[in-house]
Ligand binder design. Structure first.
Ligand code: GLU
Length: 494
């Protein structure tokens, strides 16, 4: 048997981290089992479904590296089959039309609440006589189609995450609506639980892997499989993602869309890695950093936890930093070029190829200079977007912040910088500068101005970066020694 799993997102919003994490577990299981990972777009809610959300969902999955097999199934194109299944349920006596009005149902629920009972449909129209039915139709009442759920039914299955599960029919809220707006001559609009069963069976889904908020649906769906004579898939209910307070992560918690994480500069590999850790514990010795393929090689449901998984920004940031730090400078540069082009620091043409000849351009536009910059700032990045902030003082001459201004204002700093400027001119403004020569220039300037090396270093940093903080000073200086940039930044401080 080939394993076939599916993700069934509703295109009523952007790709949510909960859905994406469900996708991760489906994908890992399919790849581990040599099976298939299918997509079904559940677009039956016409009012809320939008093409732009479908696009966002597909883009997000592709960006995360969750490739799917075949073309996505579009649920709304399968309406005829959904209706046929309901015809079958009506014919076999598993379903019937219910004519209860909204007002009657509300009154029923109010009575239940007053008696401290859980709200449920009381199956009042289960066994209408043809005359009663005709009378309701004559009144012009609108019908829904309900599926019989016997109170004394027991529904049990072995969940891949949660083990043996049991539900009583009496806990499912009474006979369930499977279609709305269904007058006697029409089937109307089939609803979620019914269409999911029909579609999962048609797609030959062997394992349904989804969030634990669907457990009650699973109990109902298992009854539908039986009534329709369809083979039941295996179920796995994955733990929910929780916020800091331990409640289900929701829109109110701020960033929850994959496209938002992407926009913030998170790396796809880091985010996929982090989502895998939200509910799955890697086997001993594997560590916490891995790619999806590495996880797929060992993934199983035994290591998926039952308890909810708390979302931890620090952990995600740490993972993201680790992945950026491990990138070779050439790759980091590739990733940063579009962001730098957005800032206008490099021509956007440079992203496609390197058509500009180094001789015609400023050093900062050359590949080797940019790569050296990446080597310098790479180890301190948490997000890719930090590669914009940290590169900024290398592309744009920065203002001095108050601390840098204070540092430079002192007499010894002025003397030291003036001496350094002198030796720099002696070395040649245009002449290439190597680390060793730079050290010699610093030594000579300290001697000439009679200041401690620490004073000169601190002042040089303030002059070059406009701040007392920043990456390694010598490397910073070597990078800024292009087109006389270092000289001009020192000069303006004197
Ligand atoms: N469209 C449903 C959802 O987004 C699918 C649930 C399922 O996997 O059956 O929650």
């Amino acid at each position: 048997m080939t394993v076939r799993v599916r993700l069934a997102p509703s295109p009523t919003g952007t790709l949510h981290i909960g859905t994406a994490r469900t996708a991760v577990f489906n994908w890992l299981f399919a790849r581990r089992q040599g099976g298939q990972f299918l997509l079904r777009i559940e677009d039956t809610d016409k009012e809320r479904s939008r093409q732009e959300y479908t696009d966002n969902i597909l883009e997000g999955l592709a960006w995360l590296g969750l490739d799917w097999d075949g073309e996505p199934v579009i649920q709304s194109t399968r309406l005829a089959e959904h209706r046929m299944a309901i015809e079958q349920l009506l014919a076999s006596g598993h379903a019937y039309r219910c004519y209860a009005t909204e007002a009657e149902l509300t009154a029923m629920r109010e009575q239940q609440a007053a008696a401290s009972k859980a709200p449920r449909y009381d199956n009042r129209h289960r066994d209408l006589s043809p005359e009663q039915e005709a009378a309701f139709i004559a009144e012009g009442r609108e019908a829904v189609i309900r599926f019989r759920i016997d109170d004394d039914a027991t529904i049990s299955w072995t969940d891949l995450v949660r083990g043996p599960m049991r539900w009583a029919g009496s806990d499912l809220g009474g006979d369930m609506v499977v279609a709305r707006r269904a007058p006697s001559d029409r089937i109307g609009d089939p609803l979620y639980n019914l269409v999911v069963v029909v579609d999962d069976a048609a797609m030959a889904i062997t394992h349904v892997i989804r969030g634990e908020d669907h457990i009650a649906n699973t109990a109902k769906q298992l009854l539908l499989y039986d009534a329709l004579g369809l083979p039941q898939p295996v179920f796995a209910h994955t733990p929910l993602i929780l916020n800091k307070e331990g409640r289900k992560l929701s829109k109110r918690d701020g960033v929850t869309s994959i496209s938002d994480f992407r926009g913030m500069g998170y790396d796809a590999v880091a985010l996929a890695n982090y989502m895998t850790l939200l509910g799955w514990s890697p086997p001993e010795g594997m560590g916490e950093r891995f790619t999806l393929s590495e996880a797929a090689a060992v993934f199983d449901f035994e290591r998926v936890n039952k308890a909810g998984a708390r979302f931890d920004w620090d952990k995600l940031n740490w993972l993201n930093g680790q992945i950026l730090h491990a990138l070779p400078p050439s790759e980091l540069r590739e990733q940063l070029l579009p962001l730098w082009a957005e800032q206008g620091w490099i021509p956007s043409a440079q992203i496609e190829s390197d058509p500009i000849k180094p001789a015609q351009i400023a050093a900062s536009q050359s590949q080797s200079w940019q790569q050296a910059l990446c080597e310098l700032i790479g180890p301190s990045l948490t997000l890719l977007a930090d590669g914009v902030d940290q590169a900024k003082p290398f592309f744009e001459r920065p203002e001095l912040d108050p601390a840098a201004r204070d540092q430079i204002g002192s007499a010894p700093a002025q003397a030291a910088l003036a001496a350094l400027l002198e030796s720099l001119r002696g070395h040649g403004v245009e002449a290439p500068l190597e680390a060793e020569q730079a050290q010699q220039l610093l030594g000579a300037a300290c001697k000439a101005a009679d200041v401690k090396k620490g004073v000169l270093m601190k002042s040089l940093r303030a002059a070059l970066l406009g701040s007392l903080q920043g990456p390694d000073l010598l490397s910073t200086w070597l990078l800024l020694h292009h087109d006389g940039e270092d000289l001009q930044r020192i000069e303006r401080c004197l």
